[in-house]
Design a protein around this ligand. Structure first.
Ligand SMILES: O=C(CO)[C@@H](O)[C@H](O)COP(=O)(O)O
Length: 234
């Protein structure tokens, strides 16, 4: 079973390049086993074109590396914290995609002003506060994950309907029901971030998407389960 997850995670990491969401090795994707006891994540620093499923690193949910000669991504503690607290997250993608990273480093949330945004994310994409000096000292990656969970809890946000967050001064973390859908959501996030930045120039006072339209779009299925079996009857 973990071999199949290794294949999925390796394939999703390679999508970071084909979807143009990374520079160098500035990104990593992981997936979690069905029993949520282990995750599979990209090895740290390995170029994407060299990645093989066998190189994907297995890490237990309590952070122990299981049987791998390679170091797991430096962001592993952040991935683990999200898996521990967001039960709907079965795949996580961390990128430094240009436009989403611009918003993260500007400490700006991405307002929900359009239907394609709503199709993937119910509401504005939140941005965290910066980590405190104490948090950085006590464990940067661990505290980053805790900060993500804290931001959702304090703002009463639902990680199931809003599978993305911008880390202040850093970049986005995005998740989904599997690694490939986490990548779909990362692609969507980058597209809406690019549109949002241009909208700021064209219409800085553009209204947010109306709540009744937002709800309609959030209720629609999309992704493979939308195209096979169920029909979106008008
Ligand atoms: O966010 C960062 C660095 O700021 C990391 O995501 C690196 O860009 C990739 O680290 P590895 O996954 O190779 O350890």
């Amino acid at each position: 079973m973990l071999e199949q997850l290794r294949e999925q995670v390796c394939k999703a990491n390679k999508r970071l390049v084909t979807e143009n969401l990374v520079t160098l090795t500035w990104g990593n994707v992981s997936g979690i086993s069905e029993d949520r006891k282990d995750i599979v994540i990209k090895p740290s620093g390995v170029p994407y074109d060299e990645l093989t499923p066998e190189q994907m690193v297995i890490v237990s949910i309590d952070g122990q590396v299981i049987d791998s000669p390679l170091r797991p991504s430096s962001d592993t503690p952040t991935h683990l914290e999200i898996y521990r607290h967001f039960p709907n997250a079965n795949g996580i993608a961390h990128t430094h995609s240009r436009y989403a990273t611009i918003f993260a480093q500007a400490r700006r949330s991405i307002r929900c002003t359009g239907t394609t945004h709503a199709d993937h994310f119910r509401g504005d994409i939140p941005v965290t506060r910066a980590l405190t000096p104490h948090e950085v000292e006590s464990g940067y990656e661990h505290e980053t994950g805790r900060l993500i969970v804290e931001t959702f809890r304090e703002n009463q946000l639902d990680p199931h309907c809003l599978p993305a967050i911008l880390l202040a001064g850093h970049a986005p973390f995005v998740w989904g029901p599997c690694p490939d859908r986490a990548m779909d959501n990362s692609v969507a996030l980058e597209a809406i971030a690019e549109m949002a930045l241009h909208l700021e120039l064209l219409a800085p006072n553009a209204p947010g998407l109306e709540a009744h339209i937002l709800a309609k779009h959030q209720s629609r299925k999309h992704g493979p389960d939308a195209y096979y079996g169920q029909t979106n009857t008008p």
